[in-house]
Ligand binder design. Sequence first.
Ligand code: NI
Length: 136
Amino acid sequence: MLKRFTIAMEQNLLDDFDAFMEAHHYQNRSEAIRDLIRQRAVEKEWDANKPVMGVISLVYDHHRHQLQEKITELQHDHHHQIVSTTHVHMDHHNCLEVIIIRGLAAEVRSLADNLIALRGVRYGKLAMSSTGEHLH
Ligand code: NI
């Protein structure tokens, strides 16, 4: 059940918030505030090393010697945590690999860091997500 409450804030803070809403296409302030609070809940799970889900994106050159093998080997080391991997051949050189992984936040971060640090990985990003347990 939704509870209503009133928020008081300075005009400049409200202007910032309305700009945020517009930039992210929110239709009303309530949904924007709920999502900001949920975002904070996800960050708390990660900070507290709770079970989380993460999405690792990698762009790399598959011609780089043994890089593909190293990326696959690291994932096999974490096979019990990897939910799914999708590979896209973007052009003649570049591959995009998107890895969905669940585990304790520190383990997920560590795998992402190890993958992203591999020589030949041109872009790497870990998107933090939640198991959903605390997202009401
Ligand atoms: Ni490829």
